[in-house]
Design a protein around this ligand. Structure first.
Ligand SMILES: NC(=O)c1ccc[n+]([C@@H]2O[C@H](COP(=O)([O-])OP(=O)(O)OC[C@H]3O[C@@H](n4cnc5c(N)ncnc54)[C@H](OP(=O)(O)O)[C@@H]3O)[C@@H](O)[C@H]2O)c1
Length: 297
């Protein structure tokens, strides 16, 4: 019998990469989406009918994109950012708990915004920071909305850094100015820039699916930490373009609003201690190799 994996937001940037890895491991991947389609379930069908029979793996990767410069940072948009993550996680959690045959694995994504920005602290999964801003409140609530205490279903959360890949995510915003030689650091460039290659974020989810000892939280970041300034320099270098034009803080704040621009102008030094301890082997542990792959044709 085919093993079924149900992935909320499975048609998105990370979801598409994860679906490939799930298929390689013998799973049929079904997305949960707002729109019906091939190999796709709707949120309505999950609410009314629950999970398909024989679902072994359930993962939620849903979320309204935060850094859409065309969407103003209004109370309504903030609510959409919140609800698209927390309501969908609650819907899948309810379906997992209601399933006649409990899925083996239930996993959710969250972000490194869980850790308060700092230039000096190094965070790992065992750090216990308090909520200090919208981003940490959101990630705490997001993670909590998925938690289960159920012996039959194993649960884990992946706290992702900025995902670098082709055809989507942050690189689709960053590459055009860098290719024109108009790229550079954001603000003073001293803020940490926790990053991960798309194959590794999907790989960490697969690692968690396959390894029965994985529970709790795994940081979804590369082991090598860089500042935003170092990242800009490395990207300019692989493209053979200068990366000397900083985007001043006041411009970032004017474009994104001051609360949202914290994501760009401040950062966290995050180390994937439990990801490494649990045996995950990175395909792209080094920034240069990751950027070369992402910028290659
Ligand atoms: N990419 C990153 O660098 C990164 C870093 C840290 C955390 N994350 C988190 O990881 C998750 C997946 O990231 P991604 O880059 O793959 O995201 P994505 O492609 O932008 O979006 C994933 C899916 O979310 C659904 N969605 C978007 N807006 C929605 C809304 N308002 N209500 C309900 N569903 C909505 C869409 O599915 P349908 O259109 O099919 O409904 C979309 O395909 C997100 O929660 C994101 O916050 C991503």
């Amino acid at each position: 019998m085919t093993k079924l994996a149900v992935v909320g937001g499975g048609n998105g940037f990370i979801g598409r990469a994860l679906a490939k890895q799930l298929q390689k491991s013998g799973y049929k991947a079904l997305s949960v989406s707002r729109k019906p389609g091939e190999n796709t379930l709707t949120w309505k069908s999950i609410e009314t009918e629950g999970l398909p029979k024989n679902t072994e793996v359930v993962i939620n990767l849903t979320g309204e994109p935060v850094l859409n410069v065309f969407k103003r940072w209004t109370p309504n948009f903030k609510q959409e950012v919140w609800d698209s993550r927390i309501k969908t996680t609650k819907t899948l959690r309810t379906a997992v708990l209601a399933a006649d045959t409990p899925p083996k694995v239930w996993a959710t994504v969250s972000g490194v915004g869980f850790y308060p920005p700092s230039t000096s602290r190094i965070y790992d999964e065992l750090s216990v920071p308090e909520s200090t801003d919208f981003w940490s409140e959101l990630t705490h609530a997001w993670e909590n909305s998925g938690r289960i205490k159920n012996e039959n279903t194993r649960h884990f959360v992946v706290r992702s850094g900025v995902v670098l890949g082709k055809n989507g995510g942050a690189m689709s915003e960053m590459l055009p100015p860098f290719k024109l030689g108009l790229g550079g650091p954001m603000g003073d460039g001293k803020q940490w820039f926790p990053w991960i290659h798309i194959d590794d974020i999907a790989g960490i989810f697969m690692h968690g699916v396959k390894n029965t000892s994985v529970r709790g939280v795994l940081n979804g970041v590369a082991p090598e930490a860089h500042t935003n300034g170092e990242f800009s320099k490395a990207l300019g270098s692989v493209l053979s373009r200068p990366a000397l034009l900083p985007l001043p803080s006041f411009v970032v704040k004017a474009l994104y609003g001051s609360e949202r621009s914290v994501m760009l102008l401040q950062g966290q030094n995050v180390y994937p201690k439990l990801t490494l301890d649990s045996g995950y082997v990175y395909s792209y542990p080094k920034l240069d190799a990751a950027l070369k792959e992402v910028t290659s044709r």
